[in-house]
Ligand binder design. Structure first.
Ligand code: ZN
Length: 252
């Protein structure tokens, strides 16, 4: 199994290092200082970088950290990301040294957003598509597109997959989930766990697919209980998803 190191960057971004047998993979490059500090502390030499999408808070430190690493990123956003060595298509499976990677196209937040699953390591990187108890804002996609992306992840990732997302938004997501579905005991319980972790300044990432299936309202847009709680019994899941997303947009 790979060694995984979560790196807090900027105000609420996460980058991650995955190290296995001399291979060190960085997922996204928000800020050089903390990433280089983690490399220095571990003694690992960066050999590859996986980029999830073109937003500056995921790519802006690439030049400062990459050294001689090979940089992979979404083919659909290649014209918007400087410095990709290899473009990755939807469904592509490839090896980064000893680490097997499967790319999944998960559009909605951006049009070419990719999530990466490392099946043999039991981890996945969903960046700004699937968050702990939430999902990304729809900058370049409509609700049905994002809902399809979340269904892709839900179907592809085993329950015990450790899921690393791109931001520490979990407390606000948990408060919103509880606000939207106040009678849901699992959500209420997780809100308290998340609040306690954040009070201790601990990260809430990674999460697991099992936890998200149970408590992420956006992954449960096709759960009749969720539709009913929103007064939308029998509605199309994409419409339930759209309602949930719209509510989160204005939630603080
Ligand atoms: Zn983003």
């Amino acid at each position: 199994m790979a060694d995984v190191r979560l790196i807090a960057c900027l105000s609420d971004n996460y980058a991650v290092l995955v190290h296995k047998d001399g291979e060190t993979i960085l997922v996204d490059a928000p800020e050089a200082g903390p990433i280089n500090a983690a490399l220095a502390e571990t003694g690992w030499t960066l050999t590859s970088v996986l980029i999830t999408h073109h937003h500056s808070d995921h790519v802006q430190a690439l030049d400062e950290v990459r050294g001689s690493a090979t940089v992979y990123g979404p083919a659909a956003e290649a014209d918007r990301i400087d410095g990709l060595d290899r473009t990755i298509a939807d469904g592509e499976e490839f090896a980064v040294g000893p680490v097997k990677v499967r790319a999944m196209s998960t559009p909605g937040h951006t049009a070419g957003h990719i999530s990466y699953h490392l099946p043999e390591e039991g981890i996945a990187f969903t960046a700004d598509t699937l968050f702990a108890m939430g999902c990304g804002r729809l900058f370049e996609g409509d609700p049905p597109t994002m809902w399809r992306s979340l269904q892709t992840l839900r179907a592809a990732l085993p329950d015990d997959t450790a899921i690393y997302c791109g931001h520490e938004y979990t407390l606000t997501n948990a408060r919103y989930a509880h606000d939207a579905l106040p009678a849901d005991a699992a959500i209420a319980e997780r809100l308290e766990v998340v609040r306690a972790a954040r009070d201790r300044k601990e990260p809430t990432v990674p999460t697991t697919m099992a936890a998200e299936k149970a408590t992420n309202p956006f992954l449960r847009a096709d759960d009749p209980a969720v539709a009913e709680a929103l007064g939308m019994a029998g509605a199309d899941p994409a419409e339930v998803f759209a309602r949930l997303r719209k509510g989160r947009d204005g939630f603080q």
